[in-house]
Design a protein around this ligand. Structure first.
Ligand code: NAP
Length: 162
């Protein structure tokens, strides 16, 4: 498969599209053919050499993705080949395929395109859980978003305005 590889720590120019080995799929994992991924702060920090993914993670960037399930491990019963899903990743979204534990897979929310769902597991869920579940933002209240130009900030501003 092809993946975006960090050739050396640095600016965006260090990212290179290369042929790499396909990921292995463990018994409790599924293999997703990636349609779309997202850009989070950790990706830029990893590119700069300032963030190390957890042991055993894919070496490639990408903490969330959407796509179609291409194969399932033998312990996985909830998902099947051909399902369109999104997933929270410990890395590996910047590749044509990624293997991920089945418990980190989510269905595509109604009314959301498969492409847009790539930003659902990390960005959307972070904003929703902090602003609405923990913060309980309600109609008529004001809401200050620090770092409003961030990925998290832009999503929070768009979705707290309705
Ligand atoms: N992305 C996620 O899913 C996620 C999940 C959990 C927690 N978080 C946390 O949420 C925060 C935002 O994450 P993100 O992924 O949305 O990041 P991001 O898109 O990279 O945005 C970073 C933001 O920080 C601002 N910033 C950077 N350095 C600054 C400085 N020295 N002074 C003032 N502002 C500065 C940037 O401003 P400029 O645009 O002006 O440079 C930008 O608004 C981070 O603390 C991250 O750890 C993110």
């Amino acid at each position: 498969m092809k993946a975006i590889v960090i050739s050396e720590p640095g600016k965006p120019e260090v990212l290179q599209l290369r042929d790499v080995a396909d990921p292995e799929v463990k018994d409790d994992e599924v293999l997703i053919r990636v349609l779309a991924t997202a850009l989070n702060r950790s990706d830029t920090l990893q590119r700069l050499g300032l963030y190390t993914p957890p042991p055993g993670s894919s070496p490639y960037l990408g903490l969330e993705c959407s796509g179609t399930i291409e194969s399932v491990g033998k312990n996985v019963s909830r998902w099947k080949v051909g399902d369109q899903v999104c997933a929270l990743l410990s890395g590996g979204g910047y590749a044509e395929k990624v293997s991920v534990p089945a418990g980190q897979i989510l269905p595509i929310p109604a009314g959301i395109s498969l492409k847009d769902a790539a930003a659902f597991p990390e960005v959307s869920c972070t904003v929703w859980s902090t602003v609405f579940m923990m913060g309980r933002l309600s109609a008529g209240e004001s809401f200050l978003v620090h770092g409003g130009s961030s990925g998290i900030g832009t999503f929070a501003i768009q979705n707290s305005d309705s």
